[in-house]
Design a protein around this ligand. Structure first.
Ligand SMILES: NC(=O)c1ccc[n+]([C@@H]2O[C@H](COP(=O)([O-])OP(=O)(O)OC[C@H]3O[C@@H](n4cnc5c(N)ncnc54)[C@H](O)[C@@H]3O)[C@@H](O)[C@H]2O)c1
Length: 390
C-alpha cells in the first residue's frame, strides 16, 4: 500500500505537524504541509530550516542529505495539493467540529485509497471519522511531543477502520524509525490514560499536606528513578494543557472518580500559572527565584513513591484487563512515550502484585473512595500469585 514514493500530507503546521513532516521527509517521502494560517506556515518553514541546520552542525546529517530533505518539504496554502497524497496526517487544533470539517473537506479532494489519520490526543477516532463517507480509511496516529525526537507512536483504529489499513500504517510508521503500539479507541489511548495518577495522586498527596510538592518530586526521582517529578513535569507540559487532558479523560469516562481532576490544578490554570512557559507554576522560573528544598526523608519518600506507583500500576493493569493494548505494548508505551524507568507491568512483577494490591486495598479502606479500587484483574492475579511476564 505504501512505499517511499507515497506522498505524505500534513494538515496543520504547528508544533506537532512540523515535527511529523520532518520525520516523514527524513524517511524519504515527499511531504506537503498545509495550514490555514500563513504566519504558521512561515514559522514552520523557518523552524524546520533551523532544525536541519542544527543537525548539520552536529554532523548528524551531511550537507547533501539536509538539502534533499528540505527539497522534499512542500508548503501549501491550498487544500487541493493533497490530491497526490497516499496518506494525510491531521495535526490541527484539538476541536472536534473543526477536525470533522477538515476531514470531510479532505475527503472531497484525496484519491479513493488515501488514508486519513488524526494526531488527536483526546478525541475519539470514531467521532473524527464519523464526518467521512469512507470511514474505514480513518485511524489515529498519535505522535508524542517533540515528534521528531520521541520514539513512540500510538496507532488507534476506530471500530470502522479496515484491519489491513492498520497493518500497513503500522509498517509505514515503523519504517520511519518509530516504535509503534496499537491502542483501542478509548479515552487517552494508552499513555495519556495510564499516566493520569502520576499527576493526580501526586497532587492529592500535596493537597492532604502529607508532603510538599518539591519533596514529592524528589521522592519520585530519587527513589522511583523517574526523570522528572510530577510537579516539574506538569510545569513543563503546561498546567493549562495537563488540566485540559485530565478534564477530558474524566468526562469521557463518564465521570469515573478515578480520573477526577483536582482543584489545585484548576486554580493554577485559572491563575495563569501554566508553568515554565508562563514563568510560574508550582515552581517559580524567574531568574532571582529561590525554590524551596525538598525534605529528604527516605521513609516518607518510600511511602510517596509506593502510593503513586501503585496507582499507576493499577491503571496499567486495568488497561490490559480492558483490552486497551497488549501487555507488551503497555510497557513499551510508558517507557518510550513518557520515559518511565520501567514498564509498569514488569515493575509490578518485580515488586510483587501482593504488595501493590495491599497498598491499594489499604488506601481504599482508609479513604472509602472508589478512586483506590484495585482492578479486578489485579485481585484475581494476586489471589493466584500470578505474574504478567515469566
Ligand atoms: N502539543 C502536544 O504536546 C501534542 C502531543 C500529541 C498530540 N497533539 C495533538 O496534535 C494536534 C496539534 O497540536 P499542536 O500542539 O501541534 O497545535 P499547534 O497549536 O501548535 O498547531 C496547530 C496548527 O493547526 C492550524 N490550524 C488550525 N485550524 C486549522 C484548519 N482548520 N486548517 C488548517 N490548519 C489549521 C493552526 O494554524 C496551527 O498552526 C492536536 O490535535 C493535539 O491534541 C499535541
Amino acid at each position: 500500500m505504501f512505499s517511499k514514493d507515497t506522498v505524505v500530507g500534513v494538515i496543520g503546521s504547528g508544533a506537532m505537524g512540523s515535527g511529523i513532516a520532518q520525520v516523514a521527509a527524513m524517511a524519504g517521502h515527499k511531504v506537503i504541509i498545509y495550514d490555514s494560517n500563513e504566519a504558521a506556515i512561515e514559522k514552520s518553514k523557518s523552524n524546520l530550516n533551523n532544525l536541519l541546520k542544527k543537525l548539520l552542525e552536529k554532523q548528524k546529517l551531511t550537507e547533501q542529505a539536509a538539502t534533499e530533505i528540505s527539497q522534499k518539504l512542500y508548503f501549501s496554502k491550498s487544500f487541493n495539493s493533497f490530491s497526490e497524497c497516499g496518506i494525510i496526517i491531521e495535526a490541527i487544533v484539538e476541536n472536534l467540529e473543526v477536525k470533522q470539517k477538515v476531514f470531510s473537506e479532505a475527503e472531497k479532494i484525496v484519491s479513493e485509497n488515501c488514508i486519513l489519520a488524526t494526531n488527536t490526543s483526546s478525541l475519539s477516532i470514531a467521532s473524527v471519522a464519523s464526518s467521512c463517507k469512507k470511514n474505514s480509511r480513518v485511524l489515529g496516529i498519535h505522535f508524542f511531543n517533540p515528534a521528531h525526537i520521541m520514539p513512540l507512536v500510538e496507532i488507534i483504529p476506530s471500530l470502522s477502520t479496515d484491519a489491513s489499513i492498520v497493518t500497513e500504517t503500522k509498517k509505514l510508521i515503523d519504517s520511519w524509525g518509530k516504535l509503534t503500539v496499537i491502542a483501542k479507541d478509548t479515552p487517552g489511548f494508552i499513555v495519556n490514560r495510564i499516566a493520569r495518577p502520576y499527576y493526580g495522586e501526586a497532587i492529592r498527596i500535596y493537597e492532604e499536606g502529607f508532603a510538599d510538592f518539591q519533596t514529592i518530586d524528589w521522592a519520585m526521582k530519587e527513589i522511583g528513578g523517574f526523570k522528572m517529578g510530577p510537579f516539574e513535569l506538569m510545569d513543563f507540559i503546561g498546567n493549562d494543557v495537563n488540566y485540559k487532558v485530565t478534564e477530558t479523560v474524566w468526562e469521557q469516562f463518564f465521570y469515573d472518580t478515578r480520573y477526577k481532576p483536582s482543584l489545585t490544578q484548576k486554580r493554577l490554570f485559572e491563575s495563569g500559572r501554566f508553568g515554565k512557559k508562563s514563568g510560574r507554576g508550582y515552581y517559580d522560573y524567574s531568574e532571582e527565584a529561590v525554590n524551596p528544598e525538598p525534605q529528604k526523608d527516605k521513609e516518607l519518600g518510600e511511602k510517596i513513591f509506593l502510593r503513586i506507583l501503585s496507582m499507576l500500576i493499577n491503571e496499567a493493569v486495568d488497561a490490559f484487563y480492558l483490552n486497551v493494548a497488549s501487555k507488551e505494548d503497555i510497557d513499551l508505551a510508558m517507557t518510550k512515550g513518557v520515559n518511565y524507568p520501567k514498564g509498569l507491568l514488569k515493575w509490578c512483577d518485580q515488586i510483587g502484585i501482593d504488595k501493590i494490591y495491599n497498598q491499594l486495598k489499604n488506601l481504599q479502606d482508609e479513604y472509602g473512595e472508589d478512586r483506590y479500587r484495585p482492578s479486578v484483574l489485579m485481585k484475581r492475579m494476586e489471589s493466584k500469585g500470578e505474574k504478567f511476564f515469566t
